[in-house]
Design a protein around this ligand. Structure first.
Ligand code: ATP
Ligand code: MG
Length: 759
């Protein structure tokens, strides 16, 4: 059992304690997951347990995959090699899906039920809102779905919801929607993600025989990251464990980072009460990090009030101090990080091998921060990969708005038009779309040309007709104006007038808010482009972005090898359970991390601090914390102040490699001039303003589509940029005109879009 020799006594004790309930409560990097992996191997190898009788639950599919790999490796290396066939290592959702595929009929579903994803759920919710004649602004699909999801997490059916919330106007509406939603899913033989868990718990409650079957099957149950389980996941585990009672959970209360999604820290803290005679093992030795990193993590987490104090120790050397670097702005921050990577790459790591790109990880608080890194790294030839989430330019909202821009540049781009024709919804169904495409084909025109024909759109429903006419005018108008406007002006105008931004604002949900943030983040990229190339055109901007977003797809040899040799970019949440020799935590600024959104809840700051603890403890050898004096994030320049977490790190563990600025106001003033173009810049901190206010700024400057102003030849007009001039021609439809400006000469303009007034 050579695999056990590597473990310390406490870990071994946990591996050998196979019978009865066991809680391993221990800090980061203390070998909990490693212990669990060995425990599985030990059960199979030493106790002869069939893999079929073991269930291991992990938090992500990635973690499940890694654990299986490690188990397989141990089993394959035995004198008498074994396989892990039939061993179930899965996330809660996938474990439940498996069970339901076998027994869904007992709950009245067909076994071939489908699983609805978020967009399917939205479609259902919208239908209900329409059928019930609800005000979609007051009852957005997202709001209703989040209430329903919340109920399901707490095992509340519609009646249960009403009981808990009392009967009032709003709760009765939600109750009706919830009921209708359930009916529709039923009728369609569909389950949403929350149903997967809820239905298994229901199944266990209603069908003792089925429960008995699984209780007998899963003689040994193990759950990693137990601190982040919610009520329904807890119930699932509890039911199964009532069979043999061999339940082992591992976790760290200091790493609970999903409270905002219903994770209940009490599940781990109350384990001893829930499972009688539970054994508790604490691991205190950290094997992952150098001592300075570990001490720094402790100096931060000990500021949390609601925690049991525990301190990890290590026999590893002190290692380097943590480095804190203050940059000028987000691009300077990326430059700094890139420089450190280039400097350290190929240096020997403490493990005695040279550091490769994949030994570096950049862990940020919000997805929007990834853009600057993706772009900056590509520029400098540092290969990188965004983990667990789409790269910035792969996100739906970014693709959508890029398609609007592409279409303005090239109105013949049918593919882009098809993508955005119903973004936001314009009431063009699939069949209509097919007909329109066929018509354009017959007429030998682009789709937009066909749609610009009022006789064609007259054949659509009234709503679609109006919406498509407006869209066609908008795209054609901006195309005409392309030379007269900056990229930023075009972008803002399109966002507002196409209805894309207003639709997201109306949704008023966390998800929509984060889409808005990303859209505004693209606005930052435009500002940057305009700063570098003041005369840069839309075409140049689009070409640059096409290269940036496509470089991943260029053939560059062995893909698998390539995958391995990339700096990893991910959010702190995604990094849970992982480790890297060198970690960068950018954006250490008040309002960004800790994030101002977290402050909505009183426990928010403590959860942010746990997230910071998770981040710091990912590092094995080196940790760089960086921040900027100011940054353009969500399309807005903001001056920043240092994150309170930096101050919480024991100063003797931290090396500041930039001189501390005496007064914040120095750079605030110095920088007020720096960013160009943005009409929305302000000195306010993130804490004071969210992306929403920037979006409102764009909206107020670009009110919804206005009819072209009525002009005729000979009229004098004033243009915001070109000054005064005389109209010489107006097209028969009144949409475009030619104006001779007194100083700028002749220009063709879109009369509904160009900023002109009749004088
Ligand atoms: P987290 O809380 O971040 O999930 P963890 O407690 O699950 O961490 P592991 O990921 O299992 O910790 O282990 C952290 C590191 O320590 C890994 O690199 C692992 O290989 C190593 N390790 C674990 N146990 C030992 C041991 N007994 N001796 C040497 N190294 C160990
Ligand atoms: Mg772990």
């Amino acid at each position: 059992m050579s695999y056990l020799e590597r473990l310390n006594d406490k870990q071994k004790e946990a591996v050998l304690c196979t019978e009865g309930p066991l809680l391993v409560l221990a800090g980061a990097g203390s070998g909990k997951t490693s212990m669990m992996t060995c425990r599985i191997a030990y059960l199979i190898d030493e106790l002869g347990v069939s893999p079929y009788n073991i269930l291991a639950v992990t938090f992500t599919n990635k973690a499940a995959g890694e654990m299986r790999e490690r188990v397989d490796k141990i089993l394959a290396g035995l004198d008498n090699p074994r396989t892990s066939d039939n061993l179930l290592i899965a996330t809660f959702h996938s474990a439940c899906l498996r069970i339901l595929r076998v027994h869904a009929d007992l709950l009245g579903y067909g076994k071939d039920f489908v699983v609805y994803d978020t967009s399917d759920q939205k479609t259902v919710a919208k239908g209900i809102i329409k059928d019930m004649n609800l005000d979609i602004k007051r009852y957005t699909p997202q709001y209703l779905l989040s209430v329903i999801g919340d109920c399901k997490e707490k095992c509340l059916d519609p009646e249960g919801y009403l009981r808990v919330n009392g009967e009032n106007f709003r709760s009765k509406v939600v109750y009706e929607v919830y009921k209708a939603y359930e009916n529709i899913l039923r009728k369609n033989n569909a389950m949403d993600f929350d149903d997967l868990l809820l239905n298994v718990v229901r199944l266990f409650e209603r069908e003792p025989e089925v429960l008995g079957k699984y209780q007998r099957r899963f003689r040994y149950i193990m759950v990693d990251e137990y601190q982040d389980t919610n009520t329904i996941q807890y119930k699932f585990v509890k039911y199964l464990a009532e069979g043999y009672g061999n339940i082992c959970v591992v976790g760290d209360d200091d790493q609970c980072i999903y409270e905002w999604r219903g994770a209940d820290i009490r599940n781990i803290l109350d384990f001893e009460k829930d499972f009688r005679d539970a054994k508790v093992i604490k691991l205190e030795q950290n094997y992952r990090s150098c001592s300075n990193i570990l001490k720094a993590a402790h100096s931060v987490i000990k500021k949390n009030r609601g925690r049991k104090d525990k301190e990890l120790w290590t026999t590893r050397e002190d290692g380097d101090k943590l480095v804190y670097h203050l940059s000028q702005d987000e691009r300077d921050e990326v430059r700094y990080v890139a420089e450190q990577i280039s400097k350290l790459k190929n240096e020997d790591s403490k493990e005695g091998r040279p550091l490769g790109y994949s030994d570096f990880a950049v862990l940020y608080r919000t997805n929007a921060q990834s853009r600057a890194f993706e772009e900056g790294f590509r520029l400098r030839g540092i290969p990188c990969k965004v983990v667990g989430n789409l790269g910035f330019y792969d996100r739906k909202e970014i693709k959508d708005v890029m398609c609007y821009l592409r279409l303005v540049q090239n109105p013949k781009d049918d593919v882009s038009l098809e993508r955005i024709i119903n973004e936001p919804k314009r009431g063009i169904g699939e069949k209509t779309m097919e007909k329109l495409k066929a018509l354009a084909e017959v007429r030998g025109e682009s789709l937009l040309e066909t749609l610009s024909d009022r006789e064609v759109t007259a054949g659509l429903s009234a709503k679609a007709e109006a919406a498509i006419n407006e869209l066609a005018d908008l795209i054609n108008g901006y195309h005409t104006e392309i030379e007269n406007m900056t990229v930023a002006e075009i972008y803002d105008g399109l966002l507002a007038r196409s209805g894309y931004l207003p639709a997201l604002q109306a949704a008023n949900t966390v998800e929509a808010e984060s889409r808005i943030e990303n859209i505004l983040e693209l606005r930052s990229a435009i500002d940057q482009f305009q700063k570098e190339q003041p005369a840069g055109t839309l075409m140049e901007f689009l070409e640059g972005k096409a290269l940036a977003s496509d470089s991943d797809k260029l053939p560059d040899g062995n893909e698998e090898e390539d995958e391995k040799e990339k700096v990893l970019l991910m959010t702190l949440h995604t990094a849970k359970g992982l480790e890297f020799p060198v970690v960068f935590m950018p954006g250490m600024e008040e309002g960004l991390f800790p994030g101002f959104r977290a402050m909505d809840r009183p426990e928010g700051l403590e959860e942010e601090r746990r997230l910071c603890y998770v981040g710091i403890t990912r590092a094995k050898e080196k940790l760089f914390l960086t921040g900027a004096k100011g940054r353009t994030l969500y399309g807005k320049w903001t001056s920043c102040s240092e994150s309170s977490f930096i101050r919480e790190i024991d100063p003797i563990l931290l090396e500041r490699d930039t001189p501390v600025e005496p007064k914040k106001s120095v750079y605030r003033d110095g920088y007020a001039e720096k960013p160009s173009g943005s009409p929305f810049r302000g000195g306010s901190s993130y804490a004071a303003k969210s992306a929403g206010s920037v979006a409102s700024g764009i909206m107020s400057q670009n009110r919804s589509a206005s009819a072209p102003i009525a002009l005729s030849a000979g009229d004098r007009v004033a243009h915001a940029k070109f000054g005064e001039g005389t109209v010489t021609e107006v097209s028969p439809d009144g949409k475009t005109g030619v104006i001779i400006f007194d100083s700028e000469g002749r220009k063709k303009m879109a009369l509904g879009i160009a900023p002109i007034k009749k004088i």
